[in-house]
Design a protein around this ligand. Structure first.
Ligand code: BJW
Ligand code: ZN
Length: 241
């Protein structure tokens, strides 16, 4: 299978990578659907990642994102991130970490925002990312907007919210203009992002998927490589750092 995928890759001139939380798992960033641990084990991520949760308990939601920011700041990109940086013209990611950037990918398209782009929950004015690790705790009062005084919120896309228009348009463009799509580490169940690989597949573009587990994309993938990103991607693309 890996030889078949490598042959497709060798023929491709414009590779686009579409990544999800599994891409960062081996860097020590848990996937979205992994059970939470420690302080957060009582909570369901799908219930915390909503505007309603932030409205009801801003300190709880802000503290959760602050602990995740600290976790990502401690993490390093792995050889799979570096392999993608060498081969993909565009990276479209659902991840809110910055590991693709730190591996050298230029301007990844962040469909679900970023842990490093907090903004006002009312007037949307960008706010500074807090400096240093957050104080530990189950609740941390979010900072206040310097313009209007409303609480600052994480710059991510929660359930029920629209994706940033320019990012989604850029993702559709990249998916329509590539000649190979590499899909890595996503359960492909969250819409509308999960539609992106279908855009490529409908045009007859080969799709190579890397995931240890089956996903709803298996039937449209030209090749399914069942294994972890940090091992499969360097083997497929070459190089280790
Ligand atoms: C490895 C690995 C290794 C492990 N190597 N791989 C029905 C139809 C259509 C839509 C909907 C619907 N019902 C509800 C909706 C809407 C909803 C949705 O899709 N819900 C689904 C759950 C059904 N979508 C939305 O609300 C979106 N907005 C929207 O639709 O707007 C229109 C609208 C507006 C107004 C009103 C109503 C509608 C917004 C979605 C935003 C998603 N945001 C999140 C949180 C971001 C912030 C944060 O991180 O906290 O984004 S949710 C979460 O899921 C996060 C992720 O980016 C996203 C995708 O998850 P991902 O990346 O696939 O991770 P996992 O954990 O699911 O999977 C990991 C994978 O890795 C697994 O496959 C593993 O096997 C694999 N893996 N180790 C490689 N080492
Ligand atoms: Zn404001």
């Amino acid at each position: 299978m890996i030889e078949e995928a490598a042959a497709l890759l060798a023929r491709a001139e414009r590779v686009v990578a579409f990544t999800g939380a599994g891409m960062s798992a081996e860097s020590g960033v848990p996937t979205f659907r992994d059970a939470l641990t420690g302080l957060w084990e009582r909570y369901d991520p799908a219930r915390l990642a909503t505007p309603e949760a932030f409205e009801a308990d801003p300190g709880l939601v802000w503290a959760w994102y602050e602990s995740r920011r600290a976790q990502v700041e401690r993490a390093e990109p792995h050889p799979g991130h570096h392999a993608i940086a060498r081969t993909a013209a565009t990276v479209i990611t659902q991840n809110v970490d910055d590991l693709h950037e730190r591996a050298g990918s230029t301007d990844p398209v962040h469909l679900h925002g970023s842990l490093f782009a907090p903004r006002c929950s009312r007037c949307r004015k960008p706010a500074a990312t807090p400096v240093g690790p957050p104080s530990d705790g189950e609740r941390i009062a979010p900072p206040r907007c310097t313009a209007c005084g409303a609480p600052i919120r994480p710059g991510v896309v929660w359930f029920g919210e629209s994706l940033p228009e320019t990012a989604f348009a850029a993702a559709l463009d990249a998916a329509s203009g590539c000649d190979l799509m590499l899909v890595v580490g996503t359960s492909a169940i969250v819409q509308p992002a999960a539609e992106i690989p279908h855009v490529a597949a409908r045009r007859g573009t080969p799709v190579v998927q890397v995931n240890p587990r089956p996903t709803p994309l298996d039937p449209i993938a030209t090749v399914n490589l069942h294994g972890p990103a940090a091992e499969i991607l360097p083997a497929l693309i070459g190089g280790t750092t």
